[in-house]
Write a protein that binds this ligand. Sequence first.
Ligand code: FE2
Length: 348
Amino acid sequence: MSFMTPQELKQKLDEGQKIFVLDVREPLEYEEWHIPGSVNIPLSSVYAGAELPKDRKIIAVCLHGMRSERAKQILSMQGYDISSMRGGMVAWNSVYDITEISSGILQIRRVGKGCLSYMITSDGEAAVIDPTIDTDVYMQAAGKNRIAAAIETHVHADHASGGCILAERTGAAYYAPDDGQTTKHQTVSYGTAIRVGDAEIRAVHTPGHTPGSMTYLLGEFAFTGDTLFIESVGRPDLGQDAEENAGILWETLQKRILVLPDTTKILPAHYGSEIKHGLLISAALGELKRSLAALSMQKQKFIRWVAGNVQPKPSNFEAIKEFNKGLAELEDEELRELEAGPNRCAVR
Ligand SMILES: [Fe+2]
């Protein structure tokens, strides 16, 4: 077979098959964003006669699937067992992995970009927190449950939201905090309760990453969006004053998050490392208090730490935000190009 779809590659990697993932993009492209475990040999080096393993299947990868197709042609003539991944890394961005958190709650993980969304089902209804534009994934995951609510934690800067699209496709109510959007949504504010079947999701206003950021509470679970991750906190500098909003984020963490019970399970909107099949991305708040130094810093030190760890901004974040706010209409294909790349919503 000369092509492999990104979904097929993911399945083979999950099964632990011996595969050599050959990324033929330029080193800078690779460093920015790649499939974990892949090896970077640019197309020019493939032309120059790079030595590759002969004892296993090679899958060539690039951004859109064109350079990898060329690498496949060259290497198959040299006797290698090689396929090209169809659609490249842009298509890899639409590969998902679903893990059950507890009965009726799913973590839906976009493996290429590390976006995490959640589905809560109760009594025939489903709510989706932070859906991406691959709305089919949620419709399939809902099964016979009616999707009754699409809920945003905040206006995202690193990926296009599927909230509006999912609401339109399913007739679900669309809930979002006030982050300057013009989208048709029901505004969530501190204390808003969203009912899904028998479950009641409660909103807590947790500003800092964005002015409107919400954390949603359901029993022992806290869906913290980009306020608190399990390896860091959300960056407060995207499109707003970093220092001022670092101070706001510190207040939020101290007064609205760290006051929750230590047993609270933190469920963030992103993960910055490899998403492994079957492994839930979550931690108890008590664990995070021990592992994340940022949570025990004094306010001024926290502000200095944030200022000293400013990362490059996510690619195209302004255009993505405009779309998510309802200020720009973009076609699906344009959105997928804008979104290509890693997530960069955390302070690192
Ligand atoms: Fe974000």
